[in-house]
Design a protein around this ligand. Structure first.
Ligand SMILES: *Cc1c(COP(=O)(O)O)cnc(C)c1O
Length: 420
């Protein structure tokens, strides 16, 4: 049995003075079984990936079949059916009618690739001035160096690195109460240096589960169109049903030039992400000059197991009623969590599709909260100032009711003890 957990470096966690991680042993549906025999209802779908629940037989058998045939082959010089099928599937469903898909291993890398595509798109046409990105306060696009630079480095989780990162143009969203014109002013002022604009549509997830409206997205898209600046939509958190539609930007009816997906792409089974570009961007690379080639190629690019998982996951959106399940979860959240609103120390309740966030007045006692949820058989990871839930879409009615009644109960306890 594994017992020296201290050899591992945990994510986003101090190395001393924190509770040891739980040892997970197996998963099934919306539940995680621990090595000590306890079972938890997963309220966060393993960082928002396990949209069909864990161990869905259709995905497991697709991966197993592929495993027996060919677990991996390098993608330089080779292609294969699982990747070809996946690119077809993605081009058919992604907003903006993309014409090519670049596959990579994680969301951060998918965004890095989007940034390289945008910069090189301009370079290939002879324009070397456009190297800056416009992104938004409260946004998050990854943990790697370039993606940290567009993830609100002034105030976000990476502020420690602010002086190390390339300088970008990070502005409040349009309609921001204090600076409603900051975005359009920035575009007017810097337009000759901007390679692209990047936004998380409708939901700024890691930045605190903040919701904005369709009008905001449309304003961003129309201003980009007006200035001819490529629009990059980061659907890594919102993609595949989470906000109520297959992709969030469908709700605003906007079309990105480049779109990034990841997280739930394989239904939480394998690490895979994609960066898809429309004809305008692809045309900028349509050249036999080797200097015009996109210089990126992850070693495990388009891993066949991951592609097989993604194909099976995408098929499930057609054969099982995922979006109806999301609508049901949203309705349940609206009724069941309403009573949180009035509690002392609770600032806001935000619900969008299968996401509910209770915003607290400065979330202290986070370890106390996490421990209480585990004691009640629920896996939730409060962060920043929110206690949020993003359950698997297949979660059963009893588990969902236990999840929300536990949120009500623990937030009320927190509010009694620490709220005012
Ligand atoms: C999680 C996330 C990323 C980064 O994805 P990783 O797979 O963790 O690298 C990027 N953008 C958004 C919107 C995310 O939620």
């Amino acid at each position: 049995m594994a017992d020296n957990v201290d050899r591992l470096w945990p994510p986003y966690t101090a190395l001393a003075g924190v509770p040891a991680p739980l040892i997970a042993e197996s998963t099934m549906g919306a539940r995680i079984r621990l090595a000590d025999g306890r079972e938890l209802i997963d309220g966060v779908s393993s960082w928002w990936t396990a949209c069909h629940g864990y161990n869905h037989p259709a995905i497991l058998s697709a991966v197993t079949d592929q495993l027996n045939r060919m677990p991996h082959i390098m993608f330089g010089g080779f292609s294969h059916d699982p990747a070809i099928e996946l690119a077809d599937r993605l081009c058919a469903i992604l907003p903006g009618a993309p014409s090519r898909v670049f596959l990579s291993d994680s969301g951060s890398v998918a965004v890095e690739i989007a940034m390289k595509m945008a910069v090189q798109y301009w370079r290939n046409s002879g324009n070397t001035d456009r190297t800056k990105f416009v992104s938004f306060k409260g946004g998050y696009h990854g943990d790697t160096m370039a993606t940290m630079s567009i993830s609100d480095p002034g105030d976000g989780m990476h502020k420690l690195f602010a002086d190390y990162l390339p300088n970008q143009i990070v502005v409040p969203l349009p309609h921001d109460a204090e600076k409603p014109t900051a975005f359009s002013d920035a575009l007017d002022q810097h337009k000759d240096h901007i390679a692209g604009v990047i936004i998380e549509p409708l939901l700024q997830a890691v930045g605190g589960m903040k919701i904005h409206d369709n009008e905001t997205l449309r304003d961003v898209a129309s201003k980009c169109a007006e200035q001819d600046i490529p629009l990059i939509i980061d659907e890594i958190a919102t993609g595949f049903g989470r906000t109520g539609t297959l992709f969030a930007c469908e709700q605003a009816g906007i079309a990105p030039d480049i779109i990034c997906v990841g997280k739930a792409l394989t239904g939480g089974v394998m690490s895979l992400a994609a960066t898809a570009a429309n004809a305008r961007i692809v045309e900028g690379f349509n050249s036999d000059d080797p200097d015009h080639a996109l210089m990126h190629g992850p070693t495990y690019m388009a891993n066949p197991l991951a592609c097989a998982a993604a194909n099976a996951s995408l098929a499930l959106f057609k054969t099982e009623p995922r979006l109806e399940q999301v609508a049901g979860i949203e309705k349940h959240f609206q009724g069941a969590l309403a009573s949180c609103r009035g509690l002392p120390g609770v600032m806001d309740l935000r619900i969008k599709g299968a996401m509910a966030a209770v915003q607290l007045k400065n979330l202290h006692e986070n370890d106390w909260l996490k421990r209480r949820f585990i004691e009640e058989g629920v896996w939730l990871r409060p962060f920043g100032d929110v206690v949020y839930a993003m359950p698997p879409f297949v979660i059963g009615k009893n588990d969902l009711t236990h999840l929300t009644s536990t949120m009500n109960k623990i937030v009320a306890e927190w509010s009694d003890r620490f709220g005012v």
